[in-house]
Ligand binder design. Structure first.
Ligand code: SAM
Length: 280
């Protein structure tokens, strides 16, 4: 059966997989960095894609945004200064600002159009953009991290596109060295690290590069993400100081969330055997 033209399809020859949503295209533009499209789907609300890859849908974005922010922030003893690299849809920023101990949250997004389109099509994700603790900076996260004051950040969240195009340099040792310098002694980072089923080689390489750069410990968390390849996604955590990971579970229960709670926090860090071996 062939699909009619009102389907968005992300087909990935490298993995022999595809994901489709029925709907109609509302908007398409080429920015200096990438091709952005907005779709109205029949069952997942609005959908944003970048260079043909799914980024955010109205229906399932809470999974990614909650799990890329709360487990990391509740693994740090006192996350006051947070920097998000990428994250232009502002959903991660919104979750970070749910933590009252956060005093400043800076989003460093290379493509201002991602944010401007999100303000129009995903206003619910942008409702904290005017919080006095939030700063929206538009520029390259790699260049920004080189320049930021040493030992000034508690938690870095790398909420980027896949490791191609402008995001490629966010997945390597050189960038991790700049992150280590920017982090306070008990600081940490979390980075979206793709599918534990389809992209294990990338995950392995990231953890190796993080440790080679000087991070004392790394670990991984995983969570469902329906619109991403394989429907299963991960975040990789790296700690500057050994033994600095905490589990502030009492904070997990206090947050207004849909997926995240103390049980899903613990479950996200319970690793399948083959993943444990890959990042050992
Ligand atoms: N949740 C998504 C995923 O895992 O596929 C990521 C969504 S978020 C929209 C990704 C953002 O990273 C994009 O808006 C993109 O412009 C931004 N980005 C890519 N490379 C970047 C860089 N070098 N510096 C800052 N932002 C970057």
């Amino acid at each position: 059966m062939s699909l009619d033209h009102s389907w968005f399809t992300e087909a990935i020859p490298a993995t022999g997989t595809a994901f489709s949503l029925k709907g109609s295209k509302l908007h398409s533009e080429q920015t200096p960095y990438q091709q952005i499209e907005i779709w109205q789907t029949e069952s997942f609300g609005k959908l944003m894609t970048i260079d043909g890859c799914t980024m955010v849908s109205t229906r399932d974005n809470f999974l990614y945004h909650e799990m890329m922010s709360h487990p990391a922030l509740n693994s740090h003893p006192d996350p006051q200064t947070v920097v998000i690299v990428g994250g232009g849809d502002c959903g991660t920023l919104r979750e970070v600002l749910k933590h009252s101990e956060v005093k400043s949250a800076t989003q460093v997004e290379i493509d201002e159009r991602v944010t401007r389109l999100s303000e129009i099509h995903f206003p619910e994700l942008c409702d904290k953009n005017n919080d006095p603790r939030a700063t929206l900076f538009f520029g390259d996260g790699i260049a920004w991290m080189k320049e930021v004051a040493a030992a000034s950040i508690d938690v870095i969240i790398i909420d980027s596109t896949d490791p191609v195009g402008p995001a490629e340099g966010l997945f390597g040792k050189k960038f991790y060295l700049d992150c280590i310098k920017a982090l306070k002694p008990n600081g940490m980072l979390v980075q979206q690290s793709e599918s534990p089923l389809l992209h294990l080689d990338l995950i392995k390489a990231m953890h190796q590069a993080m440790r080679e750069a000087g991070f004392a410990e790394t670990t991984l968390l995983h969570f469902p993400q329906v619109i991403y390849p394989s429907g299963w996604w991960s975040g990789s955590l790296a700690f500057k100081q050994a033994g600095s990971k905490v589990s502030r579970l009492e904070h997990a229960d206090a947050l207004d969330t849909q997926f995240y709670n103390r049980d899903t926090h613990a479950g996200a860090f319970a690793l399948p055997t083959y993943v444990k071996k890959a990042i050992a």
